[in-house]
Structures are given as structure tokens and as C-alpha cells.
Write a protein that binds this ligand. Structure first.
Ligand code: IVH
Length: 814
């Protein structure tokens, strides 16, 4: 591979112009992609780790300086694809071991007896042991040298793990510097995600059109092994310290519990449910206590770990193969149960997605009665495994089947297995509906999509109700007291069809609708009992004072939201792929709603055509190469004479690498056809207006297309206009004035490792700082990352305080 022997440019990134940067970025991207291919697919690495890392760092530094290079195709942005880089290997100074397991109480008694026997103690001699939750996450070893985090590594095979230092640095609550720690201190523990953060991450995955994670552990693993530390940074990983690896002697404490208390003093999070017990009964009592609290802890645990407390005794006990003799994991019974699938319901969501829900014969799973479980989507019913992967060559789930249900933490229960041998002979494969159960419109599934959607749009009552529910929800318009019953009642009465209708509701009509609903419910109850409803004279005139008050409160709550921030307004529209984060990004970028609508309109006119997409998805041609090619091809038409045209063509083709050229010729037939394809792509390329949105690191193509499609529907644009006539939009999030950096002038230089330049700038501005491009004596701080050049010198010249990225983050509070 000739390209890999190219020398890496050592020009300061600050000194490059955008064109030179784009060219270098494209070249590096190709080299990195090629190196990845050789490493991952051919298992034949062409570069040393150091060479590879240098390429990668330079590539990232270019993007940090020139954010426009960070398009969807960037190797730093691509998520979920085959790993496009590798983590360096770390050999653990002290191996990371595993624990042997106990399931029954008996095994715990055996464990304690074994320990006593091994130590030659009497059968009833007290042996102090710790008991603590077994966290269901990923173990990690954090090596501090001279009080500074030097390396963080995953467990790997116990002997060799992977270097995840950059990602571990994003974990909030880990001390960056230790006071009074020995020269070397390896603190070990578990990295995990809280249930709340897990749900938020999955919501964001969905917002971005990416598959959700099956459980918090998978999400934590995916985040930790994320090549781009910025993505890890937006997934709030947490850590509990519970053991250690290499430590420069002497150890400061003599017991396990003492060591953990010391970790806490040093600033590490430790689990608060750790106790010291004197016998097996006490261990078991603690186990039961933790078990009862399991569902409300807010993070996943899968058992309780018992450890001999005295380190001297631990030493004497030693190890059997790969597990310590002085510890054991007492696992919880799996939260699984078998039951019968009695039916499959189809729910219709806000964007028309049809979601199948399993109706189960009620069964207790880990102490909770379960009667519903998610079936995710159409394919899941056809073939399902616990991880959503096809099992046993793909089997279907049928009504009447005996199924295994699993509940993990407070995540929605899932069906993880089907007992084929118990399938009733009459059971037939489930036919997923092709019409919407709520409105009868066609339900279609686009190519490459896992979700089937109702095409009813506005006429579908299920979608309308879901949209209204979303509109009033906490992160949208946050209308207090507007619960499901009100929504259903007012919708059925025809009073609210679209969001704008909320703002014209009248007391009397709401009251009448509620009265009407009450009669209907009562009639239904009588009907269910097979009785005639009583004759009603007329509707009650006097009115129920409590109900009147509730209606007034509701109308006041609606009134209070006539002023709404732009981000809530955008989010409240419930547009597919526009979640809370994207709505905020849009509101920051276009703080005025008319500006935003104009930008979407302009983007719609500048959307790339098929011919452009055909080339943009061509393997080996990145966005930068394509942009250059297309630009050159776009100029061809203007070249009139034959000789000039021939020269121009060879220039276009000359921009291609040998392999790319050959691949394109193979695909299109000959060079003429390649040129024609390029010309067609040029004619169909996206305009700047489209790219303004699509190339924005926080908005992106998926959201942009979704916005365009939403506003292309006249009824949506009308609904938005009607809503705008009712509400007053306020600017997005107010800028803080009470922060450490309010009113300060900040300059960023060099490459930032934990966030993009744009993000850093947005964050600083939100906290009230002014971000400037050049350093003067007025500058308060220069935040300098690797590769910082002339601005760093300017800072020295003007005596401006220089901060590292970590110091900056500490200053602004993470
Ligand atoms: S102690 C030498 N304590 O469980 C023993 N491990 O099954 C070191 N784990 O790889 C482990 N919570 O990832 C210990 N409180 C805890 C734990 C814990 C979770 C994990 C850890 C280990 C695995 C062994």
C-alpha cells in the first residue's frame, strides 16, 4: 500500500487554509480506511499502532480546526459501523480475575466453611467478610501514576485489555488528580449506566434512526468502546470502585473495607450498600435486603459479592485457577419466567409506527407481575433472540406459544425464547397487519426499514392522539394536568384535532365534553352488565365545583404556555427524528422561527438528487473527494472546444486514485460513462442551503430530510402556521450570568479531545462567555489542545491564562 508510506504532514493545522485542510483530510481518511480494512478484514496490519494513532490524531485535529470536514461520512462520526480504529492493547500489571458463583444459600454456607477450613479455623470462628452489590457493568482498571490518571483499560481476557483512557476521562465523578496517593495506584471497579441515562440514550438512538441498545450493560459497553470520545461524553457512564491492581507498597489499609473507604477518601465513587458481616447468616440477610431494593436502585445489579475482609487472610487464601478463594458472587435468580402468549396488540405511535405488544397470561417475574412485553417490530415476531438477533435459524412467535419472558431492572419486559415443543398444533404464524388498526389506512414498510408505518397521517386518530400527547408532554409544551383522559375526551368530542386547537378551548365546551364522556362511560358499564342505562333528565346544570376548578386549572396551564421557547416549540411538533437534542441544536442555530422555516424551505429546494446519492454511496469515495469531483465535473459543460474539454475531463479523472478510477470504470462501463455520471451528480448535488443543515454536526442529514418531508406536507405547514398564530416564541435557553465564565472572553486553539470546537463554543456561550477567534490583551482564557500554534504564542505574549481542555472543563463544571 503505497499511500501508507506517505509522510504525515507536520504543517501546523492553524496555518492551513480550508482547501488544503480538506485535501489533507480526504487523503488521511483514505489511508485510515485502508489501514482499518487491512487490520480488521484481512487481519494484516500495515501500520504500527503509533503510526496509525498519529494518522488518526491528525485527522481529528483537522476536524477540530475545520468543523465543516466533520460530515456524516467522517471516520469520527460514523457510529455502529465496523470499528474504524482500534484500541491499543494494555497488559495488566496484575491480572484482572473473575469470581466463582453461588446460587443457593447452601453454597454460601459452603463457601464460608471452606474459607474457615483452609485457614484452619474452628467451624464457628468469626471471619469478617464484606458484602456488596455485584454491579452489572464492565470492569475497568484505572492506573494512576503520581496521582494522575495514566491509563484506563478494560478487562479484556484478564491478562490483556484495551486502552480506553480517552473515554474514561469523560466519566463524571472520577478524580483527575489524587492527593497523597502512592506512586502507582490501580483502582478497579465497574463502569455502568443508570436506568435513567440508559433510557435517554436509547431515546437519542431512536431520534437518530439508530437501533436501541438491549440493556444498560450493552449500552455502557458500546459507549466505552466508542472510538469517538465525544460520543462517550454524551453518554453519562458511571463508576464504582471495589478492588485494586498494582499498588506501590505498602498498602495503606489492612482490610478490604478499609481499602474501599480509602478509595472513597481519594474521591472515587464507592457503592453505599457495602457492609462487613461476621458469618454466613449475616451475609444472607444483607443479600435479601439488597434483593428487595434491587428494582429501585436505579442501576442493574445481578447479585451480591462476598469478600474476606482481612487482606492478610486474602493473601493466605490465594487463588484457584482464575478466581480468588477469598471471594464469591452470590447471583440473583434470573428475572425470567415462562407463560403463554395470549395475543398480540398493535399500538400506533405518533409517527405512525406500528408496534406489536405481547399480551401475556400474567406471570410474576422477579417479584413483579407482567402481562405485557414488547415485541419491538415486525421482524422480531418472525425471529427473535434475547439480543434481538435471529435465534435457531429464525423461528416465529405465535399466539398460543409458551414463551420465556425476561425483565432486566425496570426495562420493559422482553420475550427471549419460544418453547417450540409446546406449540399448540392450531397455532399459525402471526400475520402482521398491512393496514392501520386505528384508521384502516395502508401501513407500509420502506425498504431497509424495520418499522411498518400507517400512512393515514392526520386522518389517523391514533397518530393524532399520540401527537397531542407528545405536544403537552414535559419536554415539549409541558402543559400541567393535561393527562390522557383529557386528551382522549377532548379529541373524541372533536375539540382538539391539532395543537393550535388547545389554545382556543372554551370552559363550557370542555365541561360539556367531560359530561358527555361520563354518560358514555356509564352507559358502557351498564351495557357490560347487560342492563339498561337509567333515563337521564338532562345534563347536570349545577356543576361540580371540583371539576370546574380542574377545568379552570387546565385552561390556565394552557394559557401559561402561550409563551414558549423555540426549542420546546420545535420539539413539540413531534417531527420524526427531531428529538429534544436536535430541537435545541436547531433553536440555537436559528434563534428566530422565521429564519428556521426559511432555512428548511431553502434546504428543501437544494436537496441532492438520485445521481448524487448514487456516487455518494460509492465505496471508497468520501464526501470530500466527491465534492471536489463534482465541482470539477460541473465546470465541464462550460468548456466549449474539443481539446479543452478533453483536457478538463482528464483533470477530473486525475482527481481520482487509481483504485477508485478502476472501480468507477468497472461500475459504469468506461471513462465516458464515469464522466457522464459525475456530470449528472454535479447537476444533482446538494446546495449550500441544504448543506447548512445537513452538514451541521448537531443536526445532520437524517433530521434535515425529516424536516423537509414534514413541511412538504401542506397540512403540517398549516398546522404549524395555526399554532404560530396562537403562541409567542421566546428565544432558546437563556444565557447564564452566574457562572465562572460569564462575561469572559475565551479563545479555543488546537484540537479538543472531548468535544468539537462548535460544541465547546456553544457551551461557552450558553454559560455566558464570548468566544473570540483571536487572542488580545482583552482575552481572559485561551483553551489550548494538542497542535496549538500561534495563538498559544499570542497568549504568552499578552500574559493570557492558558488552560488545558480538562482544566477548562473543570472550570465550567464538567
Ligand atoms: S470483585 C478478584 N466486586 O464481576 C475479584 N467484582 O464475575 C475482582 N463485579 O469481573 C472482582 N461487581 O466485573 C467485584 N462488587 C464487585 C463487583 C464485581 C461487579 C464484576 C467484575 C468481575 C465480575 C466477576
Amino acid at each position: 500500500m503505497a499511500a501508507t508510506s506517505d509522510k504525515l504532514s507536520d504543517k501546523p493545522i492553524d496555518s492551513l487554509d480550508p482547501q488544503a485542510a480538506a485535501a489533507e483530510h480526504a487523503r488521511l481518511g483514505e489511508r485510515i480506511a485502508e489501514a482499518d480494512r487491512l487490520y480488521y478484514q484481512d487481519d494484516a496490519p500495515a501500520l504500527t499502532d503509533a503510526e496509525y494513532d498519529a494518522l488518526r490524531r491528525r485527522y481529528e485535529a483537522l476536524e477540530a480546526q475545520f468543523p465543516a470536514l466533520r460530515t456524516e461520512d467522517s471516520l469520527t462520526v460514523k457510529v455502529g459501523a465496523a470499528p474504524s480504529s482500534k484500541f491499543a492493547k494494555v497488559t495488566h500489571a496484575v491480572p484482572m480475575l473473575s469470581l466463582s458463583n453461588a446460587f443457593a444459600d447452601e453454597e454460601v454456607f459452603d463457601f464460608v466453611a471452606r474459607v474457615r477450613r483452609f485457614l484452619g479455623l474452628a467451624a464457628d470462628a468469626p471471619v469478617a467478610m464484606t458484602a456488596e452489590p455485584k454491579i452489572d457493568g464492565l470492569s475497568c482498571s484505572l492506573r494512576y501514576e503520581n496521582g494522575r490518571l495514566a491509563v484506563a483499560a478494560t478487562r479484556g481476557d484478564g491478562a490483556v485489555g484495551e486502552d480506553v483512557t480517552a473515554n474514561v476521562r469523560t466519566i463524571a465523578g472520577l478524580p483527575h488528580a489524587l492527593d497523597g496517593a502512592p506512586h502507582v495506584l490501580e483502582v478497579r471497579g465497574e463502569i455502568y449506566l443508570s436506568h435513567e441515562d440508559f433510557r435517554a440514550i436509547n431515546a437519542r438512538q431512536e431520534e437518530r434512526g439508530l437501533p436501541p441498545f438491549a440493556n444498560p450493560r450493552n449500552a455502557a459497553a458500546g459507549s466505552l468502546r466508542q472510538l469517538d470520545a465525544r460520543i462517550t461524553a454524551e453518554r453519562p457512564l458511571r463508576f464504582f470502585a471495589y478492588t485494586w491492581g498494582a499498588v506501590t507498597p505498602p498498602l495503606p489499609r489492612e482490610t478490604q473495607s478499609g481499602m474501599v473507604a480509602w478509595f472513597r477518601q481519594l474521591g472515587f465513587p464507592v457503592n453505599p450498600l457495602t457492609v462487613v458481616c461476621q458469618d454466613a447468616e449475616a451475609l444472607l440477610a444483607h443479600y435479601r435486603m439488597i434483593e428487595t431494593r434491587r428494582a429501585s436502585l436505579g442501576y442493574d445489579i445481578d447479585g451480591v459479592v462476598y469478600k474476606v475482609d482481612s487482606l492478610a487472610l486474602q493473601d493466605r487464601l490465594g487463588f484457584v485457577s482464575r478466581s480468588p478463594r477469598w471471594a464469591i458472587a452470590h447471583k440473583f435468580a434470573a428475572e425470567k419466567a415462562t407463560t403463554v402468549l395470549e395475543g398480540i396488540d398493535i399500538q400506533v405511535g405518533r409517527t405512525g409506527a406500528l408496534t406489536p405488544v405481547a399480551k401475556l397470561r400474567p406471570v410474576t417475574v422477579g417479584g413483579v407481575v407482567v402481562s405485557n412485553a414488547t415485541l419491538h417490530n415486525e421482524d422480531y415476531i418472525k425471529a427473535v433472540g434475547s439480543d434481538g438477533q435471529p435465534i435457531r435459524g429464525g423461528i416465529d412467535i405465535r399466539i398460543g406459544d409458551t414463551v420465556t419472558v425476561q425483565r432486566a431492572g425496570d426495562v420493559i419486559p422482553q420475550i427471549i425464547d419460544v418453547a417450540l415443543e409446546q406449540r399448540p398444533a392450531t397455532a399459525v404464524p402471526y400475520a402482521f397487519p398491512t393496514v392501520c388498526p386505528a384508521c384502516g389506512s395502508h401501513a407500509v414498510r420502506d425498504e431497509g426499514e424495520s418499522v411498518r408505518r400507517c400512512t393515514g397521517g392526520l386522518i389517523c386518530p391514533a397518530q393524532s392522539v399520540e401527537r397531542l400527547r407528545h405536544f403537552v408532554s414535559r419536554l415539549a409544551f409541558d402543559i400541567e394536568g393535561f393527562g390522557d383522559v383529557y386528551i382522549q375526551t377532548l379529541f373524541q368530542a372533536g375539540l382538539i384535532k391539532a395543537p393550535a386547537d388547545l389554545f382556543t378551548l372554551k370552559f363550557d365546551e370542555v365541561k360539556a365534553a367531560i359530561e358527555q364522556r361520563r354518560i358514555q362511560v356509564s352507559d358502557e358499564r351498564y351495557a357490560a352488565l347487560g342492563k339498561e342505562p337509567p333515563k337521564r333528565q338532562s345534563s347536570r346544570k349545577s356543576g361540580d365545583p371540583d371539576e370546574d376548578k380542574a377545568i379552570k386549572n387546565l385552561l390556565n396551564a394552557i394559557e401559561a404556555r402561550r409563551r414558549v421557547s423555540l426549542n420546546r416549540f420545535i420539539f413539540g411538533l413531534g417531527i420524526r427524528h427531531i428529538g429534544e437534542t436536535t430541537a435545541k441544536a436547531l433553536a440555537r442555530r436559528f434563534p428566530d422561527v422565521d429564519m428556521l422555516l426559511a432555512a428548511i424551505d431553502a434546504a428543501a429546494k437544494g436537496r441532492p438528487g438520485e445521481a448524487w446519492f448514487a456516487l455518494s454511496s460509492f465505496p471508497g469515495i468520501g464526501p470530500v473527494t466527491l465534492a471536489r469531483l463534482v465541482e470539477a465535473a460541473g465546470n465541464l459543460e462550460a468548456t466549449a472546444d474539443e481539446a479543452g474539454a478533453a483536457l478538463a475531463r482528464s483533470t477530473v479523472l486525475g482527481r481520482l486514485g487509481k483504485a477508485q478510477r478502476a472501480a468507477l470504470v468497472e461500475r459504469y462501463g468506461d471513462e465516458e460513462a464515469v464522466i457522464a455520471a459525475l456530470e449528472a451528480a454535479a447537476a444533482a448535488r446538494p446546495t449550500d442551503a441544504y448543506r447548512l443543515l445537513a452538514d451541521d454536526g448537531e443536526i445532520g442529514t437524517v433530521a434535515t430530510n425529516s424536516l423537509i418531508e414534514f413541511f412538504a406536507e401542506a397540512h403540517n405547514a398549516e398546522a404549524v402556521a395555526a399554532l404560530l398564530a396562537q403562541v409567542t416564541i421566546e428565544p432558546p435557553e437563556a444565557v447564564a450570568t452566574q457562572t465562572a465564565i460569564a462575561g469572559k472572553i475565551v479563545v479555543f486553539t488546537g484540537s479538543l479531545e472531548l468535544m468539537t470546537r462548535d460544541e465547546a463554543k456553544a457551551k461557552a456561550e450558553r454559560l455566558g462567555a464570548k468566544v473570540s477567534g483571536s487572542v488580545s490583551s482583552k482575552t481572559d482564557f485561551v483553551v489550548a489542545g494538542p497542535g496549538a500554534g500561534s495563538k498559544l504564542k499570542d497568549a504568552e505574549k499578552h500574559g493570557v491564562k492558558v488552560l488545558s481542555e480538562a482544566e477548562w472543563l473543570a472550570l465550567i463544571g464538567g
